[in-house]
Write a protein that binds this ligand. Structure first.
Ligand code: NAD
Length: 410
């Protein structure tokens, strides 16, 4: 990505703890940029409105100017947003992702030494979640039980589709789960390219295709088709393994897999979601890049985050890999239970900003933040989410933790 030396970066402060973590995160980034490039590069932060603050100032929760700013400047960052209840809005976050067609939600899962983890070998965790961001049950096509549209749908299913009426009593609500070939392919293509570019060993397609054959099952099949057609030189799929095994026997299949691994090919495999959730805890080193649909990706993100310290330390990005639009944001929500108390861990947003620096090609600045953070965790200086789980830790407030990182950058 080509960015100027003095880019304008639009940011949404966010609701709840967004107000606590956004300022300190920007200070950390600014310190790392100065350390890496002196005065030759500088970010100009431009606040754009969304959520409560936008509503108070403009009467609109997500003004057009905000969406336009993200389009104009290409790269932006945001704090978490609370979805207003009873305002006819499903989710501001989903609306923002859909209006910019940010079809990939990328969440790297990485452990920092010293951070408490429930698994035995957290240092072996190096996972990268590619969650489809625009389709699936999140498309928002839902009909409430008792309302006319739900009844119409019920009648349609019974009369036109021949579905057994007993399975859909009057009290049925409906949710529709669209999963398209194009939508699945562009997500999986981005995941495979990412694995190839970074020399990562595998892409796991996580799906529930054993039950939802034409949506999640199709996602898996389209993934294998794509890998075998468009990335034939650079990948080897489990489907190819199975074919060789059936035609020539297990030994030939195993030697084909071994050769592919030796040649540095990316292994494309698939796992059913429930099995994946177990495997990722027991053998996290078996999975590298994970490509999955929207709802699976939501569940998986929080579980994998818990393996490396929780959502207070888990970054993310929403990216359209075709036109470059990207908005970086933490995995967590607005945490109303701790907002304003100085308890929020800003690491999630700081690490999202580090992903942003990497996306911009500002690797030296990104490295400075990582190194400084590693030092702070090694000294057992943490915010309250990690403090309770760490013996001999020192408790810092949100801003004191960010200041400690800045001190280590210097
Ligand atoms: P949440 O992520 O806000 O909080 C879950 C738990 O994690 C809480 O106990 C909270 O205190 C803790 N937590 C979260 N972030 C933390 C941090 N940085 N440091 C320390 N502890 C942290 O989830 P929720 O309570 O289900 O959702 C609250 C609101 O956030 C809802 O309105 C939801 O719609 C919204 N939300 C927004 C986003 C987003 O903006 N991308 C994502 C998820 C939820």
């Amino acid at each position: 990505l080509q960015v100027p030396d003095n880019p304008v970066i639009p940011f949404i402060e966010g609701d709840g703890i967004g107000r606590d973590i956004t300022g300190p995160s920007q200070k950390v980034v600014d310190a790392a940029v100065v350390k890496a490039y002196g005065k030759s590069r500088k970010i100009t932060w431009k606040e754009v409105l969304a959520g409560d603050k936008a509503f108070r100032k403009t009467g609109n929760y997500l003004p057009d100017e905000t969406i336009n700013a993200f389009k104009e400047y290409l790269v932006g960052i945001k704090g978490p947003l609370q979805t207003p209840v009873g305002e006819g809005i499903r989710s501001l976050n989903v609306a923002l992702r859909q209006s910019l067609d940010l079809f990939v939600c990328l969440r790297p899962v990485r452990w920092f030494k010293g951070v408490p983890s429930p698994i035995r070998y957290p240092s072996l965790v190096d996972m990268h979640i590619f969650r489809e961001n625009t389709e699936d049950i999140y498309a928002g096509i839902e009909y409430m039980a008792g309302e006319l549209d739900a009844q119409k749908l019920c009648d349609f299913l019974v009369k036109e589709m021949g579905v057994d009426k007993i399975r859909f009593p009057e009290s049925s609500s409906f949710g529709i789960k669209p999963v398209s070939k194009e939508g699945s392919e562009r997500l999986i293509r981005a995941a495979i390219k990412y694995a190839i570019q970074r020399g990562l060993p595998s892409v796991t397609l996580v799906h529930k295709g054993n039950i939802m054959k034409f949506t999640e099952g199709a996602f898996k099949n389209w993934g294998y088709d794509l890998a075998e057609s468009d990335f034939a030189e650079k990948t080897f799929t489990w489907r190819q393994f199975e074919k060789i095994k059936t035609e020539k026997g297990r030994l030939d299949a195993e030697s084909a897999l071994e050769n592919a691994q030796k040649e540095g090919k990316v292994i494309i495999k698939d796992v059913i979601t429930d099995a994946f959730l177990q495997e990722s805890l027991l053998k996290p080193y078996d999975h590298s890049v994970i490509a999955t649909m929207n709802l699976n990706g939501d569940y998986i993100s929080d579980q994998l985050a818990a393996m490396v310290g929780g959502i207070g330390i888990s970054p993310g990005a929403n990216i359209n890999f075709m036109n470059g639009y990207a908005i970086f944001e933490a995995t967590h929500g607005t945490a109303p239970d701790i907002a304003g108390s100085g308890k929020a861990n800003p690491s999630s947003l700081i690490l999202s900003a580090v992903m942003m620096l990497e996306y911009m090609g500002w690797y030296e600045a990104a490295e400075h933040v990582y190194d400084a953070m590693e030092h702070v965790f090694a000294k057992r200086k943490v915010t309250s989410d990690l403090y309770a789980q760490m013996e001999g830790a020192r408790l810092l407030t949100t801003s004191a933790f960010a200041d400690e990182i800045i001190k280590n950058i210097h």
